[in-house]
Design a protein around this ligand. Sequence first.
Ligand code: GLC
Length: 734
Amino acid sequence: MHKTKDTSSTTAARVEALLARMSLAEKVGQLNQIGGAEWSPGPKPEDIIRQGGAGSVLWLNDTRRFNVLQKVAIEESPSGIPLLFALDVIHGYRTIFPVPLAMAASWDPAVAELAQSVAAKEARAAGIHWTFGPMIDIARDARWGRIMEGAGEDPFLGAAMAAAQVRGFQGTDPTDPERVLACAKHFAGYGAADGGRDYDPVFLSEAQLRNVIFPPFEAAVKAGVGTFMSAYMDLNNVPASGNRWLLHDILRGEWNFEGFVVSDAMAVGSLVTQGFARDRRDAALRAFDAGLSMDMASNTYLEHLAALVSEGALSLEALDAMVRPILTIKVRMGLFEHPYAEEGLLERVVALPEHQVAARLAAQRSMVLLRNEGGLLPLSKDLQNVAVIGPVADSMEATEGSWMVFHHQPAAVTVLQGIRAKLPGARVTYAPGPEIRRVSRSPFEDLESKPLEPPQTPEAAEAAFQTAVATARDADLVIMVLGEKADMSGEFASRSTLDLPGRQEELLRTIAALGKPVVLVLLNGRPVSSVWAAEHIPAILEAWEPGSQGGAAVADILFGDVNPGGKLPVCVPRSGGHAPLYYARTLTHNPEGNPMYRWDSPTTPLYPFGFGLSYTTFACSNLELSESQIKVGASVAVSVEVTNTGKVAGDEVVQLYIHQRWGSDSRPVRELKGFERVTLQPGETRKLTFHLGPAELGYWSTNAGRWVQDAAAFDVWAGGDSQATLHAEFEVIA
Ligand code: GLC
């Protein structure tokens, strides 16, 4: 039966017309998201869709299959409402960009926006309407595997990256066939799990939530994000997916969010597991009451919502109110008029040369130069005999990183390939050294039923170790490429240490002892930490998981075609035992005291937040304030000059930090309240201006139980990282 296409009236009228003719069961169906992958549990998707029992399908990545299921929805279900197809497109669909933590390291929201616009174009061409991104959880414990998915430890940088990614994914026109619906996740607090252990409970004060965790989410709402995803874990003993304070009071009540909220996978059913809901009926009722719109893959809404309405536990008005935003988004996106994907379009879009160009640019801008003692870098292109050593040096999978879409075939330019391309006439040898592998198999491997490869035997590992040392011995210079495999960061990938996995550090030390120049390139999702390398290896480049063009971008930087300008979006602790660690902390009692009195090791990070070197040098000067005293509610302009004091052009990220010396609450020793990445020619000076007003100076006070802006004295610093020394001060008066 072919549905009449209702394209005449306004969106609201169309939605009301749809609601008027939908049965109770169909309304519930719109709140149900089903798994479309071959491994998804439950009945065949076609059967559920035909009955109007699903509004969205996830975990499917197959254009032809999208169209098959869509046809069932439109032509066979009672009201013919099109499906939303959703997938985790986190940092690229086929063209892979640096992981979001790396894109945050660019301190360049424009590059994050560009990357996500390319990801959106490819994903939409494949038939995906909705990505479960951006992930914007603040994370301050690098043991947590998913720190690689977010924008690091700071709410100001995180908010800028959140808004930029929403703009990249969604664009400005909901009917744009080259964009996708975005999803701000995981609301809220997931990155603060106890001990960095994935899914573990989270305990955060209202002040921590409002001052640290919420800003990226509020920025996403202001950027127009269409959907939110509620997190798995207990937040202060109330699961985020059943948390009315989060989903109703804050999200809708304070932020006026008009989109809809999908749960994380199985999270509604998990309310029983978490000891919150008595049974699945209770779970459905309490998640719904909390404001959760769509049940991802747990089937709990489908099983119980209709009965809850019939029994009067839920009102039909409340049900309609939950369905309305979903239908509104489907109408706005034009899915009723254009429900099908064009088979074959994806290959044409992926072939666009500008996609790989964008991937290489994003990778170049995300890398952070951590050490360059004696100016070892950039390397000469006249090198004739180079050894490239390490288990991820020629790994496409490690170069692309965690969170690939299902059935993705790795295709990155590896670091080895990038170096060989730069030195076509040289002898570039390679040895992986001993393999690295997770301690336990990743559930993702089970889902995709990847073959279980037997671990390397100790004998084979030792042989590989010796081969690597011998290869290094034969070369004039060694480039070590160490770090993590893609499955060592991301979901299901928290670790108890931040060490280089396996025998990598041992191999590094052994090869460094050969006395040849050694450059270390790190490929990792979470920050990894080697105090020994920081003290003994002259050149260290943090390349993160840089994506399709990662190896080319590493070579661009190592050989000086690109001057690195990235800065750390998260500090690097000395060890896993030092986490959680972050710069924006309050002073302690006895702050002048030697931290060694209180601790068995320095409490300072190996590399601080905001840190990154360049092949040139920069200096900031003339930090000036428009006023030395302002009233509460007013703003002060802060200007600073930055000069390229070196011999080559380069980028500097000028950062502005404040410290409120006293107030309603104790305040952090420093907080980022402004940044700008600028490119300067040798000798060039640029004047930058920032503004500090109520938005930057106010905060949620535990003591006052509300937003406050105190009358107090403030320090201001400006410079190239969170330890900037160029200082000024001003006062806010009542
Ligand atoms: C996963 C993740 C979430 C993802 C969802 C759908 O468990 O927590 O980030 O979007 O399930 O794949």
